[in-house]
Design a protein around this ligand. Structure first.
Ligand code: ZN
Length: 494
C-alpha cells in the first residue's frame, strides 16, 4: 500500500483588485483539514475528487487528506493568510509518517502581498520536508502563471485541457495516475519549461474556439507519442502583476530531456507566432448596452472587467450607471456585492421600496449609484457548484436580496458570488432564459452554461480590476519586454 498526502489549495488573484483576500474568504468557499475533507467535498467533481476516484479504482493507494482550501478569486492574499495556509499544508505533510508521495491540486495564479510565486514557495518548503526521493506531483488550472521554482520542485505536473474548465475531475485523475505510474517505477518523468513573453486578454481562451483550439490540439497530438507523458499549456490569466509573468508551456516526457525541451520550444514558438490573434477590440459600455437592447435576446453582457471568477470584487456600477442613463426598458438581470444595501433591504422587508447607494464601494473604477427599488425576494446565498463547467466549490454569498428597479432585477449579496454560474440567478428564482439581457461578471467561464440558452454574448471594454483591454492596467512588476505592452518586441523560443 502506498500512502499519498493530498490537498487542494485554490485561489486566483487579480493584483488590480483593492480588496485583499483573507482567511474569511477561504472559509466562505471552503476550508477543511484532515479526514473531514472526504465528506465535505465528495460530490464536487473537482481535482480532489479525481484523486479520490483514482484511489477507489486502485488497490494499492491510500490517501492522507491534509487540506482543502478554496478562496475562489480576489485581490492578493494578505501575507498572514498565505503564511497560515502554507504552514497548515507543509506542517500537515511533515507530521504524516511513512509517506510515499505528495499529490496537490493548485490553481497556480495565487499571489500574496509580499510573495509573488506562492505555489513555488509552498512547493520548495514541501520539498525541504520530504527530500528528493519522495515524488511530488501537482495539477494546475490553464490560467496558472507557471514559474521555474514550481517546475523545479515537482516530479511532474498536469493541467486542465479545457476552458471553460469541464475537466476538473479528469485532471485530478490524470495527476493521480501520473503519481501511480511513478510509484510503480513504470515511468521516470522529466520536464521542460518554456516561458513565453506574452500576456493576452482572457476573451480568446476557450479551447473549443480558434485561436486557442489550434494550439491545444497541437499539444494533444504530441501526447499521442508514447514517450510524451503530458503537455501542460498555460495562457496565463492576465490580471497578475508579478515577476516571472507570462504564458508558458511545460512538456513532461518519460526520461527524454532533449525531446521535452524540443517540444516545449516548438509549442512556445507556435503560441508566439499566433500572438496577434488573441487581441480583442470590444465596444465601450454605452455602445454595448445599445447593441444588447436592439438585438434579439436573450443576450449575455459579459462584464469581464468585474469578473468575480477572475479576482474582481463584483460591485462595479459602470454598467448599471450607463443602463440607468439610457433608461434601459428590457428585462435585465444583474448581480451586485453590497452588504450595506442588503442590510437596508432586509430592514425594509419584502414588498417594500428601499433607496440605496448601490455598489462601487470595493471596486475603485466606478462609484455608488443611488437607486430606489422594490425588495422582491431574499435567500441565504448558499449553493454548491459541481465541477464540469468550472471550478467546484461550496458557495456562500451571504444574505442575498432580489431588488427590482423598473425592469432591472438586481441580485444583491453580502459577499462575492461566482459570476459565471447561472445558479447566481436561479437560486433566487430568476431564470436567465426569461431575460432580455443577463449581465455575467465573467469573461468566458460562463460559456459552457450560457451558450446553449442565450442568443449571444457581447463583451465590453470597461475599466475594472479584470479588463480585456490590457492597456487599462498599470503593470509595475511584470518582466519587460512583454507583448503586447511592448508590441514591436522580437522573440524566439530557445
Ligand atoms: Zn481558469
Amino acid at each position: 500500500m502506498k500512502r499519498i498526502a493530498v490537498a487542494r489549495l485554490f485561489q486566483e488573484t487579480s493584483s488590480f483588485s483593492s480588496k485583499k483576500t483573507t482567511i474569511e474568504d477561504f472559509k466562505q468557499f471552503g476550508l477543511h483539514f484532515g479526514a473531514d475533507i472526504f465528506s465535505q467535498v465528495s460530490d464536487l467533481r473537482d481535482e480532489f475528487c479525481g484523486f479520490m476516484d483514482a484511489a477507489r479504482q486502485a488497490t494499492d493507494l491510500e490517501l492522507v487528506p491534509i487540506m482543502w482550501a478554496v478562496g475562489w478569486t480576489g485581490g492578493a492574499l494578505t501575507q498572514d493568510t498565505f503564511e497560515f495556509l502554507k504552514e497548515k499544508l507543509v506542517n500537515g505533510i511533515a507530521s504524516t509518517p511513512s509517506l510515499d508521495g505528495v499529490l496537490l491540486a493548485f490553481h497556480g495564479s495565487m499571489a500574496a502581498e509580499r510573495t509573488d510565486d506562492t505555489e513555488g514557495a509552498i512547493l520548495s518548503a514541501i520539498r525541504r520536508v520530504i527530500g528528493d526521493k519522495i515524488p511530488l506531483v501537482a495539477t494546475f488550472d490553464h490560467h496558472a502563471n507557471m514559474t521555474r521554482r514550481i517546475v523545479d520542485n515537482l516530479d511532474a505536473l498536469v493541467a486542465y485541457l479545457t476552458c471553460p474548465h469541464r475537466d476538473t475531475l479528469e485532471t485530478g485523475l490524470r495527476g493521480a495516475h501520473m503519481m501511480q505510474r511513478l510509484l510503480r517505477r513504470e515511468i521516470a518523468p522529466t520536464m521542460a519549461f518554456q516561458k513565453i513573453p506574452m500576456v493576452t486578454p482572457a476573451d480568446k481562451y476557450e479551447t473549443e474556439k480558434e485561436p486557442l483550439k489550434r494550439w491545444f490540439e497541437a499539444a494533444r497530438k504530441l501526447e499521442e507519442r508514447p514517450e510524451v507523458l503530458a503537455v501542460a499549456q498555460f495562457p496565463v490569466q492576465p490580471w497578475l502583476d508579478v515577476e516571472e509573468f507570462g504564458w508558458s508551456v511545460v512538456v513532461v516526457t518519460d526520461n527524454n530531456k532533449a525531446l521535452a525541451e524540443q517540444l516545449a520550444a516548438d509549442l512556445a514558438q507556435q503560441a508566439w507566432d499566433m500572438r496577434h490573434e488573441f487581441l480583442v477590440n470590444n465596444p465601450l459600455p454605452e455602445e454595448a448596452i445599445r447593441m444588447a437592447v436592439q438585438q434579439e435576446g436573450p443576450i449575455v453582457l459579459a462584464d469581464g472587467s468585474d469578473a468575480t471568477n477572475g479576482g474582481a470584487p463584483g460591485d462595479s456600477t459602470i454598467l448599471l450607471e450607463e443602463m440607468l442613463k439610457q433608461k434601459v426598458d428590457v428585462t435585465t438581470y444583474m448581480t451586485m456585492v453590497d452588504p450595506e444595501a442588503v442590510e437596508k433591504a432586509l430592514a425594509a422587508g419584502i414588498g417594500k421600496e428601499v433607496t440605496v447607494n448601490l455598489g462601487g464601494k470595493q471596486d475603485t473604477y466606478g462609484k455608488p449609484v443611488r437607486l430606489t427599488a422594490r425588495v422582491i425576494r431574499t435567500s441565504d446565498g448558499k449553493f454548491r457548484i459541481v465541477g464540469g463547467s468550472h471550478h467546484a466549490t461550496s458557495v456562500n454569498m451571504g444574505r442575498t436580496v432580489l431588488l427590482q428597479a423598473g425592469r432591472i432585477h438586481l441580485v444583491v449579496s453580502e459577499r462575492l458570488n461566482p459570476g459565471h454560474d447561472p445558479l447566481v440567478y436561479r437560486h433566487i428564482g430568476l431564470e436567465p432564459k426569461d431575460a432580455h439581457i443577463v449581465v455575467v461578471k465573467c469573461v468566458v467561464g460562463h460559456m459552457h452554461a450560457y451558450a446553449p440558452i442565450m442568443k449571444k454574448t457581447i463583451w465590453i471594454d470597461s475599466p475594472g480590476a479584470t479588463p480585456s483591454n490590457l492597456s487599462r492596467l498599470n503593470y509595475q512588476r511584470v518582466p519587460r519586454p512583454l507583448f503586447p505592452l511592448d508590441s514591436d518586441m522580437a522573440w524566439k523560443a530557445r
